[in-house]
Each structure stands twice: as structure tokens, then as C-alpha cells.
Design a protein around this ligand. Structure first.
Ligand code: F6P
Length: 319
């Protein structure tokens, strides 16, 4: 393995830069060349590829986003596009590729592996929606952001005696709403993994009000329902003024947390080690405190496990 390529794909996530830094420096330390591919598979199709050196990744360990840029490519999704992508990598002398992203990005990596490019996937997404790994890079930072927002909304909601529906990201996964809701002491948590009942939330709001609670914080995972309709219904049924805050893309930014930097640093270095052993079609994960590898097929086909215990705990603690 002489030359490695690296790209970030899908939604950006804090910690991607720490991952790139680790991969670049490990490759160089081991006498390999490493080329950065800008803007994910889209940049690959355009041949937007450059040689990286030690300084290319200086001063980025603490930075959010991705210095490589990211994008979604429509051309790369068809068979012809994938073949062309593999050819472009070969033309640039790239024998091994590190793909940092979510399951869509991993499917592209698998296709390239089938076409003869050695590929390793690293899970980078704030959604934590990849079942083969306990955590994805970016999730911890996003949780900090959401918990911080919940804390701030608690202050103002208590002052005004209001409830607030806080819409959080996560695509089809409720982890971000669940974990940050528990950490932020949200009274109600609405996630795609559970049916929710407006009546239960109404009851909780009324019960809380009776015992002198001035706020009611509800985390709502995106896509489960319209936050404005939910807020309106709650307000009509309880008489408690209910606001809406949609956190949006603020959840994707910010300096990566220590955990995301550590995950990124260890996974980035490990990906290079695997490529130097000529391994391919593997996804790196983190399970029970250790780095693991599974096939990319297994990574994309393992359903994310919702933590029922945490969900129950969050409900019980916020009564
Ligand atoms: O996958 C990360 C994520 O932020 C999801 O939580 C969200 O549904 C989606 O990306 C938003 O995508 P975009 O930035 O393209 O609007």
C-alpha cells in the first residue's frame, strides 16, 4: 500500500477533522502518501484530489466541520458512476480509500471495494444511527450542543411558566433526542422508536404544574411529527403556553468534544493500519470500549438498537 485517499461524505460531523488528521499523520509516519478528496464522492467524480502533507492537517484537531468538504453525489449512485470513480482513484495512484461518513457513504465504499479499491469506513455522523458501533463520531458533540440548548430553554421556560417543544436532528434515529433529553432533564421525549401519546404528555404537564414545576421540556426527534401542531395541541389541552424551538444545523457544528476527538484519532489511525495490511471492505466501530472491525455489509445492515432502559429511565426521572 503506497498511496491512500481520504474523503468525508454525507452530513458533516464534529470530529471528522480529528479523524483526517490522525489518518494523514499515520500514513505519512509509515512512509505512505495520502491524497485528500474534496467534497466527498462528488469531488471524486470531478477529480478534485490533492496531495496532503503534515501541514495540511495542522491546527484542525479542535475544529468542527470537515476541511475536506462534503457533498452528496447523484452521479456516483449509478453503476457507471461507481466504475468511473474507481477508475479516477486508480488514475491518481490511489490503492486504498478511507471513507468517513454514515451508511450511505459506506455503501459507496463497499461498491469501490468490489471494484478493486481497498476501502475502510469510519462512522462519522451526529445521528448515532449505525447499529454495529456503540457510538459514531460527532454524536457526543451534538449531544453537548442539544443538552446546552435544553438547559438554556429550561431557564427561560421556567421564568415564563411555559412548555417548549425542542426539535432535534437524528434522521430516523431517536438517540440524539433520547441521550440529550436524559442529560438535559427533559420531561418528555418523543422518538421514532416509540408511539407517542399527546394525552400522556398532557397528563405529565398537568401533574408537573400541580407540584409546582414551571417548565416542561419536550425533545422531539425530527420527522416524528410537526412540532407546531404538537405544541398547539398541548397548549389547547393544558392551557400552558407552549413554544417551539427547532435546533437545526447548529447541532452539526462546533468544536468536537474530547470523546469525538479521541474516537476520531484512534479510528483514523486504525484505518491506515488496516490498509497497510492490505485489508478492505471493513468498517471500524467502537464496542464496549474497544475498536472493532466488521464488514461494510454488516455495518450497513445492522439495525440501530434503541436503548429502552435509558428511555424508561428518562421518563421515570422526569416525573
Ligand atoms: O445525518 C445528519 C443529519 O444532520 C440528519 O440528522 C439530518 O436529518 C440531515 O443530516 C440533514 O441533512 P442536510 O444537512 O442535507 O439538510
Amino acid at each position: 500500500m503506497n498511496t491512500i485517499g481520504i474523503l468525508t461524505s454525507g452530513g458533516d460531523a464534529p470530529g471528522m477533522n480529528s479523524t483526517i488528521r490522525a489518518a494523514v499523520r499515520t500514513a505519512l509516519n509509515n512512509g505512505m502518501r495520502i491524497k485528500g478528496i474534496r467534497n466527498g464522492y462528488d469531488g471524486l467524480m470531478k477529480g478534485d484530489i490533492y496531495e496532503m502533507n503534515v501541514s495540511s492537517v495542522a491546527d484542525i484537531i479542535h475544529k468542527g466541520g470537515t476541511i475536506l468538504g462534503t457533498a452528496r453525489s447523484t452521479e456516483f449512485t449509478n453503476e457507471e458512476g461507481k466504475k468511473r470513480g474507481a477508475q479516477i482513484l486508480s488514475d491518481y495512484g490511489i490503492e486504498g480509500l478511507i471513507v468517513i461518513g454514515g451508511d450511505g457513504s459506506f455503501k459507496g465504499a463497499k461498491a469501490l471495494s468490489d471494484l478493486g479499491i481497498k476501502t475502510i469506513g469510519i462512522p462519522g455522523t451526529i445521528d448515532n444511527d449505525m447499529g454495529y458501533t456503540d457510538f459514531t463520531i460527532g454524536f457526543f458533540t451534538a449531544m453537548e450542543t442539544v443538552s446546552d440548548a435544553i438547559g438554556k430553554l429550561r431557564d427561560t421556560s421556567s421564568s415564563h411558566g411555559r412548555a417548549v417543544v425542542i426539535e432535534v436532528m437524528g434522521r430516523h434515529c431517536g438517540d440524539l433526542g433520547l441521550y440529550s433529553g436524559l442529560a438535559g432533564g427533559a420531561e418528555s421525549i418523543i422518538v421514532p422508536e416509540h408511539e407517542f401519546s399527546i394525552e400522556d404528555i398532557v397528563e405529565k404537564m398537568e401533574h408537573g404544574r400541580k407540584r409546582g414545576k414551571l417548565h416542561h421540556l419536550i425533545t422531539l426527534a425530527e420527522g416524528v411529527g410537526d412540532p407546531y401542531s404538537i405544541a398547539k395541541e398541548l397548549e389547547e389541552k393544558t392551557g400552558i403556553e407552549t413554544k417551539v424551538t427547532i435546533l437545526g444545523h447548529v447541532q452539526r457544528g462546533g468544536s468536537p468534544s474530547v470523546v469525538d476527538r479521541l474516537l476520531g484519532s484512534t479510528m483514523g489511525a486504525h484505518a491506515v493500519e488496516l490498509l497497510s495490511e492490505e485489508k478492505t471492505n471493513l468498517a471500524i466501530g467502537y464496542v464496549n470500549g474497544k475498536l472493532i472491525e466488521v464488514s461494510i455489509d454488516e455495518a450497513v445492515n445492522t439495525k440501530s438498537q434503541f436503548d429502552e432502559h435509558l428511555y424508561e429511565l428518562a421518563n421515570n426521572l422526569s416525573k
